[in-house]
Design a protein around this ligand. Structure first.
Ligand code: HGY
Ligand code: MN
Ligand code: MN
Length: 416
């Protein structure tokens, strides 16, 4: 006798069509997406998501950080809802699936429950978290961080982008600032489907990643100050070259990360050079060092060695250096029961799977602080992400969404 919901399956074609439809909003220049948070493109993507949710019979809630909550009623209105979702914002040269698969995978669960006429005891809420990427406004996972009580809303509203536009003013401008108090919602559990953004699942031929942990993250903004001067007429001994200082510090960052192989990673993705003129020696460079590891002690060691090593490099070069911690979270251990629901679902559905530590940060990493949380991952081609060439197969998307479906519905308890 099949267990309740044994053969629950989502409609993979419909999910894929929705992914391709959403990908038309905020297109990149090489087949991916540039739908950065709080831009007009983000607003357009939100409106499409809301339209789809309402067409699926859900009611939309919106909080003061612009987090979206589409609710499907359960038979017990007092039961805490099961939340499922991710983010619709993308990197400037992002892919079509990072975050979006998790939001539209949640919507597909609702569409499939409607098709099957299935009710659950607990309501189910599909969520779009604002500004997961942290590119336009640092840090990453900003709105889920406010929801989880990590950041204050005022601090978040004051974050500024490269043009000096604040988060609060841009959220107001695009018309997606809700009235709901952020974090007032209580959750029975939270599940997030996400592409792996790394090479392990594809390399091992596994369809599903059962995410047991998330590695920790540290973002240190480094400002190196030297002296603008002529690249032609300034004798070498007189130069105070902030660009060269940064180069030597980035060599050090690479060395520090390698010293903690095989798990630790380190690099700088954000670099601003001033005045960035071909014939002026950079007088100032601002860059963000991104260190990650599953081990908190390793992260702390890397931060310490960066501070000491960079100070020494700049001291020897007559440069000034300042550090500011602009983002970070400790390694995450997801909820055992939710992880078990994911693993059992993969087994029940017959998908090849393996336990996995998430290399990237996700909203689930913060929500795990306030509700039992777990993640489902699917492979991506060559492990590539944060690149417009990010690609997955429809089968992988379908498998991930089916596992998400079973984990969510098992936790929300099928009634009829
Ligand atoms: O930075 C991260 O890991 C995520 O993609 N925001
Ligand atoms: Mn993501
Ligand atoms: Mn991302």
């Amino acid at each position: 006798m099949a267990a309740p919901g044994e053969n629950l399956k989502i409609n993979g074609d419909r999910l894929w069509d929705s992914l391709m439809e959403m990908a038309k909003i905020g297109p990149g220049v090489a087949g991916g997406n540039n739908r950065q948070t709080l831009t007009d493109e983000d607003a357009e993507g939100r409106a499409l998501f809301q339209k789809w949710c309402e067409a699926a019979g859900m009611s939309m809630g919106l909080d003061q950080m612009g987090n979206m909550f589409a609710r499907r009623e359960g038979t017990d209105p007092d039961a805490l809802p099961v939340y499922v979702g991710s983010h619709l914002d993308t990197q400037p040269t992002g892919g079509k699936y990072d975050g979006v698969l998790g939001v539209l995978g949640g919507l597909e669960i609702i569409r499939s429950l409607n098709d099957l006429g299935i009710k659950t005891k607990h309501p189910i809420v599909v969520t779009n978290w604002t500004n997961e990427e942290g590119t336009r406004y640092a840090p990453a996972m900003l709105a889920s961080g406010v929801f989880a009580g990590i950041h204050t809303q005022d601090w978040a509203y004051e974050r500024e982008d490269a043009d000096g536009k604040s988060f609060g003013s841009e959220l107001e401008r695009i018309g997606w600032r809700g009235e709901e108090e952020v974090g007032a919602r209580k959750m029975h559990a939270f599940f997030e489907l996400h592409i792996e953004q790394g090479p392990i699942l594809e390399a091992e031929g596994k369809e599903i990643g059962v995410v047991t942990h998330g590695q920790g993250l540290s973002w240190t903004q480094v400002t190196v100050t030297g002296k603008d001067s002529h690249t032609g007429s300034t004798p070498m001994p007189m130069r105070r070259n902030a660009g060269l200082g940064m180069a030597r510090i980035l060599e050090l960052v690479d060395e520090i990360a390698w010293s903690h192989k095989p798990h630790a990673v380190g690099a700088a993705g954000h670099i601003d050079v001033y005045p960035n003129s071909r014939n002026v020696i950079p007088g100032k460079v601002v860059f963000t060092v991104d260190f990650r590891s599953p081990d908190l002690a390793v992260i702390e060691d890397m931060e310490q060695r960066l501070a000491e090593g960079a100070a020494q490099i700049c001291g020897e070069m007559g440069l000034h250096v300042e550090f500011e911690k602009v983002g970070g979270f400790d390694p995450v251990t997801f909820d055992e029961d939710c992880v078990k629901a994911v693993r059992n679902a993969a087994e029940r559905l017959g998908y090849s799977h393996r336990d996995l530590i998430s290399g990237a940060g996700h909203d689930a990493c913060w929500i795990n602080r306030v509700a039992p949380t777990a993640m489902v991952m699917c492979p991506c081609v060559d492990g590539l992400s944060h690149n417009e060439a990010e690609e997955i197969s429809q089968d992988w998307a379908t498998a991930g969404a089916n596992v998400l479906f079973h984990a969510v519905v098992e936790t929300a308890e099928i009634v009829a």
